[in-house]
Design a protein around this ligand. Structure first.
Ligand code: CA
Length: 542
C-alpha cells in the first residue's frame, strides 16, 4: 500500500511529538532537534518491529569488486545524536539494515571538512567534517562495515578545493605578492585578466582571477603541478591507511577543461596510483557523458570503472531503464533491453560496468517512473539484471521522490512514516514522500523495499548475473526476453516479461530458481516446460 503524505517544515514539531510517543519505534534515527524530547533509540532493533518473511535464496558472494553498492549522503541519512543532521555514527547504526537489504558496498559522499552542506568543496583532506563526527567515528564505521562484509568507498574530490582551503589562500596571496617561490604558487591557475571559467579574487591588494569552473567557491587545482599530484598521492595513502576500499572520483571530465585526453591521462594516473597502495581497490569515475565518451575514458584508464550514465534518469526519456519499462515501447522492449545489456558491458574496457538508476545530482527514479509502484520495482529489477556493480542512491529503495533542484534530491531518509524527517538541506522546496517509510515497508511483503531486497538477493545468489557472458535465444514475442549468462562454466537463463499482461513461454530452460514480480500477489510459475510470467516479472532458471 502506498501513501501520499506531505511533510512540510512546519510539521517538524508535530513529527517530533509523534516520534517521542510512538510505542513501536523501529530503530529510528533520532531526528527531532528538541533536546528535551530526545531519547536514545539505538538499543531498539529491527526485531522490535514486524519484518516480512521473504523467500530468499542462499547467498554465494564472490570476493571481488562486482557488488551491490549503496550511495549515502551522510547529511541526510541518519542522525544519531539528534542535532538535526545525519552523521557517521548514524551510518554505522544502519549498516545492518544496508547489509540485510543485500548491499555489500557503500559509497560515502564527501565527509571531509567543508563549508557547504554537500561538502564537495573541501578545506582539509585529512579530517572529518565536525557535523558528521570525528576520525574515531570513521574508524568505527569502517571496522563495523568490514565485519559485516561491506566495502566502503569514499568520494575523492580533487578537481577543485574549497576557496577557503589554506592552499588556495596561500596560492592567491603569493600571486598578489608576486612571490613565485611560494610553495603553493603553482597549485591553482591564475590570470591577471578576466577570462572564461575564471572568477575575480576578492582582494583590495591587487586584481587577479582564478580558474573556478564549477563555482567561485571551488577553485580548480592545477593538476599539472607535481606538488599537487604528490599531495593527492598522500591523500590516497592516508585514506587507504584508514581502511577505505576504494574511491569514487568526482568530476573526471573536468580535470582538464580543454583536453579530454589530459583528463583521461589523469584518470589513468590517479587510478594507477590508488592501485599501487591497494591492488584490489574499487575505483569508479564520474564521466557524465554518452556511451562513446565513457568508452574513451575506460580505454584510457583500464584500472578504473565508470558509471554507466546512459542507464540512469539523467538521460530521461532516452534512459535505458525508462525505455525498457515503457508500454508504448512494448514492440521492442526485449531488443532495447538486450542491447542495453551489451552497451553496459561495452562501457567498461578494463574495469567493471557500473549501472545505476540515479544519484544525488539527478531526479530520482521514482519520479521518472511516474510514481507507479510497479514500474518503480520493475526498473530496479532490470537494473539488477545488468552485469557489473549496480549502485543504488539512498532512499530509492522506499520510492523516495526528489526533483527540480539538488536539495530536493537530497532530503532526509524516511525511516518511518510517522517519524517524518526534519532533514532538508537549505534550498529544499519539496519534502514530499510518495510511499511509506522504511519501518512500514519492511513489514509489508509487497513493498518496494522488499522488492529491492529480493532483487539484490538474486544478484548475491547467482554470480552469473553480474559477471556472465551474454547470449540470447530468439523469441517471436518482443515482450519477452530469453537471455543466458555464463560464468565459470555455469549458465543461468533469465526470462523477462516486459509487458503489463501475463505471458507464457514454452521451452526447456532449466528449473525455475526464483521469480521476481513487480505486481503484488503475483508469482512466476513453472509447469513442465511452460513458464507463466505475470506482468513485469523476471524469472531465473538453471
Ligand atoms: Ca547528527
Amino acid at each position: 500500500m502506498s501513501i501520499s503524505s506531505k511533510f512540510k517544515k512546519g510539521a517538524i514539531a508535530a513529527a517530533a511529538f509523534i516520534m517521542a510517543f510512538s510505542a513501536c519505534m523501529f530503530s529510528a534515527c533520532t531526528n527531532n532537534s528538541d533536546d528535551s524530547s530526545y531519547s536514545d533509540n539505538s538499543s531498539a532493533s529491527a526485531s522490535d518491529a514486524a519484518v516480512a518473511e521473504l523467500d530468499l535464496l542462499e547467498e554465494n558472494i564472490v570476493n571481488d569488486n562486482y557488488a551491490n553498492y549503496y550511495e549515502i549522503f551522510v547529511y541526510s541519512f541518519c542522525d544519531s545524536d539528534g542535532d538535526g543532521y545525519g552523521d557517521l555514527n548514524g551510518v554505522t547504526e544502519k549498516l545492518s539494515y544496508i547489509r540485510d537489504l543485500g548491499y555489500t558496498g557503500i559509497w560515502l559522499m564527501p565527509i571531509c571538512p567543508s563549508p557547504s552542506y554537500h561538502k564537495y568543496d573541501v578545506t582539509d583532506y585529512y579530517d572529518i567534517d565536525s557535523l558528521y563526527g570525528d576520525m574515531d567515528d570513521f574508524e568505527t564505521l569502517i571496522s563495523e562495515a568490514h565485519t559485516l562484509g561491506i566495502s566502503v568507498i569514499l568520494d575523492l574530490v580533487v578537481n577543485h578545493t574549497s576557496s577557503s582551503h589554506e592552499w588556495f589562500k596561500a596560492s592567491a596571496k603569493a600571486h598578489i605578492n608576486g612571490d613565485t617561490n611560494n610553495t603553493y604558487y603553482d597549485w591553482y591557475n591564475f590570470s591577471t585578466s578576466s577570462q572564461t571559467g575564471y572568477n575575480k579574487y576578492p582582494s583590495s591588494l591587487g586584481t587577479i582571477y582564478y580558474e573556478s569552473r564549477f563555482d567561485s567557491g571551488m577553485p580548480d587545482l592545477n593538476l599539472d603541478c607535481q606538488a599537487v599530484r604528490d599531495e593527492i598521492e598522500n591523500i590516497i595513502e592516508f585514506w587507504i591507511g584508514k581502511g577505505a576500499d576504494g574511491f569514487r572520483l568526482d568530476a573526471c571530465t573536468s580535470y582538464y577543461t580543454d583536453s579530454s585526453t589530459s583528463s583521461q591521462e589523469f584518470c589513468d594516473w590517479i587510478s594507477t596510483t590508488i592501485k599501487s597502495y591497494k591492488e584490489d581497490a574499487f575505483i569508479v569515475g564520474e564521466v557524465w557523458e554518452g556511451i562513446g565518451t565513457i568508452k574513451e575514458y575506460s580505454a584510457a584508464a583500464p584500472e578504473m570503472s565508470f558509471f554507466a550514465f546512459p542507464v540512469s534518469t539523467s538521460s530521461s526519456s532516452s534512459s535505458y531503464i525508462y525505455k525498457a519499462t515503457l508500454s508504448s515501447e512494448s514492440s521492442k522492449n526485449a531488443d532495447n533491453y538486450y542491447s542495453s545489456c551489451g552497451n553496459v558491458i561495452s562501457m567498461a574496457s578494463g574495469g567493471i560496468p557500473v549501472p545505476f538508476l540515479d544519484n544525488h545530482d539527478m531526479n530520482r527514479v521514482a519520479g521518472l517512473m511516474s510514481r507507479d509502484e510497479n514500474r518503480i520495482k520493475f526498473a530496479y529489477g532490470l537494473l539488477s539484471i545488468y552485469n557489473g556493480t549496480a549502485f543504488t542512491y539512498y532512499g530509492d529503495e522506499i520510492g523516495m521522490i526528489g526533483s527540480g533542484s539538488d536539495p530536493n534530491r537530497r532530503i532526509g531518509m524516511l525511516w518511518s512514516t510517522d517519524g517524518a524527517t526534519t532533514i532538508a538541506p537549505s534550498g529544499t522546496t519539496s519534502t514530499e514522500y510518495c510511499f511509506d517509510g522504511v519501518e512500514e515497508q519492511l513489514a509489508d511483503e509487497g513493498s518496494i523495499l522488499n522488492y529491492y531486497k529480493q532483487a539484490n538477493n538474486l544478484r548475491n545468489a547467482f554470480p552469473e548475473i553480474a559477471r556472465g557472458e551474454l547470449s540470447r535465444t530468439s523469441y517471436d514475442n518482443n515482450k519477452v526476453l530469453i537471455m543466458h549468462k555464463t560464468y565459470n562454466n555455469s549458465t543461468i537463463t533469465i526470462i523477462i516479461n516486459f509487458d503489463t499482461s501475463e505471458q507464457t513461454v514454452e521451452g526447456d530452460y532449466g528449473t525455475l530458481q526464483k521469480g521476481l514480480c513487480a505486481y503484488r500477489d503475483t508469482s512466476v510459475t513453472q509447469s513442465g516446460t511452460t513458464l507463466t510470467l505475470p506482468a513485469y516479472s523476471i524469472a531465473v532458471l538453471k
